[in-house]
Design a protein around this ligand. Structure first.
Ligand code: SAM
Length: 227
């Protein structure tokens, strides 16, 4: 049995790799993550046209904070996968190595001696930079990723670019650091047909438009040679 952790990319159906597609075509079953019963899976929506004839089953990963409950759902998902005892694929949005729920399943399965193979996907961080038409980092610049922008005040002066994944409270987080010398780029649903971007400073961005889950921010310090 091999469990493939497949990165389906950020959203655009054409941004899935050939390797992922070939594996999806050959596995016996495909598991798709959902955050709520009855809610569509974003990862499944991206690949559904390629896997019409495949057996598909959901894995429930609710967005909750309680560690014990999270553990319960992860164990349950791993059990479902193990029960198959054949080659299966588990879809993840973007790349499976970057803040992906699959990484927890990966660890559980690896402990049980199951072979897990990761197939990289294009991460939303790269698609966000593309959408904003800016390089993420150049030369010797330093890059930092902060989920929810947590502790940004500690890092803002040490890094040239900061990526914030999960941008719901970004406005409040940025207000706290009170640094006017930064430029904020926001991308909602990067590479989807309804992708939306905004770029500017803290005072002229409508953060409310970028508060949903599929939004990401790239924050850059303005340097003297930018002017
Ligand atoms: C659990 S992380 C998964 C990241 C994913 N593994 C990746 O490589 O992009 C979810 C966060 O990724 C970001 N994200 C994922 N896909 C996105 C997209 N198409 N557009 C904007 N942000 C996205 C958002 O910040 C979201 O809250």
């Amino acid at each position: 049995m091999i469990v493939y952790g497949i990165g389906v990319g950020p959203g655009d159906k054409e941004l899935i790799t050939l390797k992922s597609l070939n594996i999806l075509k050959k596995v016996d079953k495909i598991f798709v993550p959902i955050s709520k019963e009855g809610k569509p899976s974003v990862a499944y929506e991206i690949v559904k046209d390629y896997i019409k004839d495949k057996e598909v089953e959901t894995l429930l990963f609710p967005m909750i904070k309680y560690k014990e409950k999270l553990k319960y759902y992860r164990e349950k998902a791993a059990e479902k996968i193990l029960k198959e005892n054949k080659d299966v694929a588990v879809l993840t949005l973007g790349d499976p190595t970057l803040y992906s729920t699959f990484s927890y399943i990966w660890k559980i399965l690896a402990k049980k001696g199951v072979k897990v193979e990761i197939i990289n996907g294009i991460s939303s961080i790269f698609s966000a930079a593309k959408a904003l038409n800016m390089p993420l980092v150049e030369g010797n610049e330093k890059l930092c990723i902060l989920p929810h922008g947590k502790d940004i005040e500690k890092y803002i002066n040490d890094f040239d670019t900061i990526i914030v994944m999960k941008t719901k409270n970004l406005k409040d987080v940025l207000k706290k650091i009170n640094n006017k010398n930064i430029i904020v780029g926001l991308v909602k649903r990067a590479t989807f047909e309804d992708e939306k971007i905004a770029i500017g400073n803290i005072d002229n961005i409508n953060f409310d438009e970028f508060s949903d889950y599929l939004s990401i921010a790239i924050i850059k310090r303005i340097k003297d040679d930018d002017n």
